[in-house]
Design a binder for this molecule. Structure first.
Ligand code: 13P
Ligand code: SF4
Length: 438
């Protein structure tokens, strides 16, 4: 069984330093000793306790929502199989299935899984990749739950979307649930009413980050709202401000704040909404004066980045280019040279013509893959601690082999099916996003 310490090729700040100076040594650290366990150890625990659990790593402390799907136990033969046996079984199954299956891998997925993917990309690109394969009967999504839901919404009814491990959720997506958002909406309607102003703008429009449940996308579809990704958030907010006086943005406060700030919205006009407090913890006056109401969600991986890591990188590597993801806190984005989505980061590195040192603030699997792909550059993660997205980590080749071999036997395992009504309304919000052009 492969632990994360060996599965992730350890290219950290210290290793980059070694590469540059050929001096010093480091002991790689992980954010949790549990990362040495196989994902099925957690699934077995969940099964035994009758409770949902999240994977090892940064999200361990997060509260799992009551509706979290439970994976149940992976058959023993897959747990016992060596890496080589799993490799053979996956390749064989893929060969037998041919074009009837398409395997998608998110940028943050571990290399041992990504190597079987027919497409690798960000969540938006992968949703579109599913559309380009209408003849594939099954879409095996090696990402997290909200991505598989989006693929199900956008794919044809004949296609089955499969998530190899049902416990591969997203802790940030779970920070906004439909009940809390509906309750917040009812409170906001009491404060603002529902009538448009003299310019025809409604009081508030809901905007959800792609990293959210299908139910929230459906809520946006039903309430004149829209979906955004980290690569089109500014375009989407512009679309929303053309139609509304303000925006309710969920679940990621950081993407909302960083994007709106770059568009010139003052911080005083971005109150935070805490669903456990009346009016989200705000006064009516603060809400009336707001432009963007930020849900209190965040990503456990990206909140680990801080300004001192950037200062250290600059001190050690004069001329370093610091690029971070917009899910990082505002101070980090402000201190970086650039910020952008996973695809932006990849393109920025690919476009650099001179050997460059890059310090990157995003998930470690992507950073290490970029470091391997572009050896002419020195690329390292700003966080010296190995902390992968713990829910992506739940997808292991053992689960991939299990779902693919199921398909060979005409058995669809772990299908993600969005309720048809939710799917129809969520599709409206997704299509508004696809139609919104800069
Ligand atoms: P992308 O939308 O860039 O794929 O990012 C998804 C994500 O989960 C970032 O943390
Ligand atoms: Fe969710 Fe963060 Fe993982 Fe992205 S990196 S899937 S936001 S937990």
């Amino acid at each position: 069984m492969t632990s994360v310490a060996t599965s992730i090729k350890l290219i950290t700040r210290e290793e980059a330093e070694l590469k540059r100076n050929n001096a010093g040594s480091f002991a790689p650290q992980t954010c949790s000793t549990d990362l040495n366990l196989g994902p099925w150890e957690f699934d077995a625990l969940a099964d035994k306790l009758g409770m949902p659990t999240y994977g090892p790593g940064a999200s361990m402390a997060d509260v799992a929502p009551k509706e979290t799907p439970r994976q149940g136990q992976l058959p023993q033969e897959y747990k016992d199989a060596t890496d080589e046996e799993l490799d053979q079984r996956i390749l064989k199954a893929k060969e037998v299935l041919g074009d009837s299956v398409v395997v998608l891998g998110h940028f943050y997925q571990r290399d041992e899984v990504v190597k079987y993917a027919d497409f690798v990309g960000d969540s938006f690109q992968l949703a579109n990749a599913a559309l380009t394969k209408p003849d594939a009967k099954a879409i095996v999504f090696c990402g997290v739950h909200f991505m598989a839901e989006t693929a199900d919404i956008l794919s044809t009814p004949e296609q089955a979307v499969i998530l190899p491990n049902l416990a591969a959720g997203c802790s940030m997506a779970d920070m906004a649930d439909i009940d809390s958002v509906e309750a917040a909406w009812a409170e906001l309607e009491k404060v603002f009413g529902t009538e448009p102003d003299a310019d025809g703008k409604v009081p508030v429009i809901p905007v959800t980050y792609m990293n959210s449940s299908a139910a929230l996308k459906g809520f946006c579809g039903e309430h004149g709202g829209i979906v955004c990704t980290s690569s089109n958030a500014e375009t989407v907010l512009t679309w929303a401000f053309e139609r509304a006086q303000r925006v309710l943005f969920f679940p990621d406060q950081h993407l909302g704040r960083n994007t709106a700030k770059a568009m010139g919205v003052p911080l005083e006009q971005m109150p935070m909404w805490n669903p456990r407090k009346p009016l989200g913890g705000n006064t009516e006056g603060e809400l009336q004066d707001s432009r963007v109401i930020l849900w209190h969600g965040f990503c456990s991986v990206h909140k680990r980045f801080n300004v001192s890591q950037i200062e250290k990188a600059r001190a050690e590597f004069p001329g370093v280019r610091v690029i971070v993801h917009p899910e990082c806190p505002m101070e980090v984005v402000d201190a970086a040279d650039e910020y952008g989505s996973t695809d932006y980061i990849r393109k920025a590195i690919a476009a650099a013509t001179e050997p460059t040192t890059f310090a990157i603030g995003t998930e470690i699997n992507l950073v290490n893959r970029l470091a391997n792909e572009f050896p002419q550059h020195t690329i390292f993660c700003l966080d010296p601690v190995i902390c992968p997205c713990s829910t992506m980590y739940r997808i292991h080749p053992g689960y991939l082999a299990w779902v693919l071999e199921g398909l060979v036997e005409s058995e669809v395992r772990n299908q993600i099916s969005v309720d048809p009504h939710v799917s129809a309304t969520a599709k409206i919000a997704l299509e508004r996003m696809l139609a919104a052009k800069p």
